[in-house]
Design a protein around this ligand. Sequence first.
Ligand SMILES: Cc1cc2nc3c(=O)[nH]c(=O)nc-3n(C[C@H](O)[C@H](O)[C@H](O)COP(=O)(O)O)c2cc1C
Length: 371
Amino acid sequence: MANPMLLQPLSLRGLTARNRLWLPPMCMYSVVTEDGIPGNWHALHYGTRAQGGFGTIIVEASAVTPEGRLSPNDLGLWDDAQIAGHEYLVKAIHIGGALAGVQLGHGGRKAGTPPWRPDVDGARSGTLPGWDLVAPTTTPYPAHAAPRALTTDEIADTVQAFAAAARRAVAAGYDVIELHGAHGYLIHQFLSPLSNTRTDAYGGSDEGRRRFALEVVRAVREAIGDDKVLDIRLSATDWAEGGVTGEQTAELAQQLVQAGVDVLHVSTGGNVPTKVPVGPGYQVPYAAQVKQAVAGMTTPGGGQPQVVTVGIIDSGLQAEQILVAGLADAVAAGRPALRDPYLPVRWSHELGVNDWQAVHLPVQYWRGAWR
Ligand SMILES: Cc1cc2nc3c(=O)[nH]c(=O)nc-3n(C[C@H](O)[C@H](O)[C@H](O)COP(=O)(O)O)c2cc1C
């Protein structure tokens, strides 16, 4: 393949990513100081993957409030004291030649549940004692502690917390701001009828359930100005009766673009325990549905909305087929990049591209190219 689509640049507002491969956000739970500040470990982890050739790197969920963290070891952007650490991360990513993004998140009723508990064997086993859980209603995620329902004043404060975190992300130099609207965290909790049974203006109908997400998008767009890329990650389906569907998400995507979003990063699930038909590319049809819904729309920034697909995309050929078929504009690969930080180089080789200049790898590595 002379010129695979995977290696074509991706235009995002005024910025250009060198290719169409994204590192999706992946929590590392590695802030040992528990203050949300990125350290050397984070800079090495993300910097290596930037040097490995990813076009766009989205740094893991960074909490907009302390209680919105998924664990005490999450990154944060709720405090100005965290800006310098993120700036250090952004530099590490830019040196490797990738665009730097960060995911802004709030765990809502799923906060305070690290994937391991020192005091309990095994995996996710519930909420850490004493965590201040907030959510649209008091209904807990199964086997987790019960949250408090947010008042309308607290909802307004949370919208402002997202905007303030976004302002800090801009101050740190990030190119892309991604909102975590997926996987059963706070924004998704508001969007889904399975977790939002409020009867006030923030529930009761699709319009009410979408109000929080749209308010966050508008506030964040205003906070970051016109130059930065605004991306939102969505769970397109709850994979459950009565939950969010692909059709609803396609309609929501149009509203989000009108409100200021440039990129839709399409995932699924996470809001309720359910059976998910996991397999190669299983979320791609949902990205394609969103892409079709926003085709022909123009973002307020003047560009075309871009759609990123993710989920068990395990080879360069599979990624290339998705792009060539027009099912998405970019492909994210998470776990494969935990196994191999040089994944973009390997996938380019699989696609027959051995010219490392074409892969936009740092010049220092060109002599390592396959012959
Ligand atoms: C260790 C780990 C941490 C993750 N943390 C996040 C996160 O912070 N935010 C998020 O939206 N998704 C998170 N995810 C989901 C990934 O971004 C991705 O959607 C998922 O792994 C599926 O893609 P893959 O098959 O390419 O790994 C995480 C996944 C893993 C494996």
